[in-house]
Design a protein around this ligand. Structure first.
Ligand SMILES: [Zn+2]
Length: 377
């Protein structure tokens, strides 16, 4: 009964997701410069057309992810290559289409097409040039995650013990204002707490967290959001797009994955591999299989409940991090065909049809539209 209802909701509502790492996955698969990229078959990844159709996914934001090691010109070039790649992906598959606003997504939905809007994960690609912000907006980027695993020219990262700026740099402060004025959403996933509070002070538009969960579920994990931060995002009329990763929603999983990552890093340095080498992933998978550190779909539902209990149903959405988390996804939530399980869980937990529709896309689209309003280009 609930399952049938969940399938119907998944097909009737638009489902948006704030963060899917398909571009970097395709890059890892060696497809960066391929013109023809067919995704209409069951791939080994978390995302492809058959899975998206089964799960009812219509609007996955593609993460244009720039690894922290790439600096300035290299970062800029790499961002451009990933955007080119996404253009090739859309042109290669008739089920996909471009989307630069919520109204584009609605239009594509009516025509039975999956929209692939883009967000940039790591503002390193902007260098120190504000004019690059306009440039990437024109190339279709609609949000920027200000940094990733390391402090950059814009701000400090949550993952760095030693912070560089104590929040936003001067360039970062200017950038936030410019993002507001051109309609580029500011994504606070990955930034340090001080950066977050600096952004809230300066920004006058709804803020998004494209793939973060409540920190109360993972005490001490700065990458997630404290209750105060969740409340502040809600105050901006923004949205918290919940990260599905096991280590984002369950403290035991978080601890085991932290230990696994430490072990992998030690091994990597010893063996002199690069962090995205295949051997490193294989070694990590071995450890994961041995330790079974996975969270459950119920943990993701707990994350949604927590935000709901704090600020209500207007500020929650999905930010799965599919194709970016490797083998760390919770049970019953392993790929984009499984949003149905999540919706079924929400129905079981007595979320109304209206609330589920808001969580599936309406909240995110409200924030996106508000950012686009009165933009200057
Ligand atoms: Zn990320």
């Amino acid at each position: 009964m609930n399952k049938t209802k969940a399938i119907k909701y998944a097909q009737d509502f638009i489902i948006s997701d704030g963060h899917i790492d398909l571009p970097f996955r395709l890059n890892k698969e060696g497809l960066l410069f391929n013109k023809n990229i067919d995704l209409n078959y069951e791939t080994n990844g978390n995302f492809d057309i058959p899975k998206a159709k089964r799960g009812g996914l219509n609007c996955p934001f593609m993460a244009i992810y720039i690894p922290s090691e790439k600096k300035e010109n290299e970062a800029y070039q790499f961002a451009n290559s990933l955007i080119d790649l996404m253009e090739n992906v859309i042109n290669s598959n008739k089920d996909f289409n471009f989307a630069y606003s919520p109204s584009d997504v609605l239009e594509n939905f009516k025509n039975g097409k999956i929209s692939l809007p883009m967000g940039m994960e790591n503002g390193s690609a902007l260098g120190n040039e504000i004019k690059n912000l306009d440039y990437f907006f024109k190339r279709g980027i609609r949000y920027i995650t200000l940094t990733h695993a390391k402090n950059n020219q814009i701000c400090d990262s949550s993952y760095e013990k030693e912070k560089k700026w104590g929040g936003l740099s001067d360039f970062g402060k200017l950038l936030v204002k410019e993002m507001n004025s051109i309609g580029m959403m500011i994504d606070v996933s990955h930034v340090s707490d001080d950066t977050f509070f600096d952004i809230v002070k300066i920004s006058n538009k709804p803020i998004i967290a494209s793939h973060s969960s409540p920190r109360v579920l993972t005490p001490g994990f700065e990458r997630n959001l404290s209750d105060e931060m969740i409340e502040l995002i809600a105050k901006t009329n923004g949205v918290i797009l919940i990260n599905f990763g096991s280590s984002f929603v369950n403290s035991k999983s978080n601890k085991i994955f932290t230990d696994i990552n430490d072990d992998v890093e030690k091994w990597r340095v010893e063996k002199k591999f690069k962090s995205d080498d295949k051997e490193v992933e294989e070694y990590r998978d071995q450890l994961i299989n041995k330790l079974n550190p996975f969270a459950d779909i119920e943990d993701v539902l707990d994350a949604i409940d927590h935000v709901y209990n704090l600020v209500g149903d207007d500020y929650i959405g999905f930010g799965s991090d599919y194709d970016g988390l490797g083998n760390t996804l919770p049970k019953n939530l392993k790929d984009v065909s499984t949003y149905i399980n999540l919706i079924e869980g929400l129905i079981k937990r007595a979320y109304s049809k209206e609330s589920i529709e808001k969580i599936c896309y309406k909240n995110f689209f409200r924030a996106w539209n508000a950012n686009l309003q009165n933009h200057q280009i």
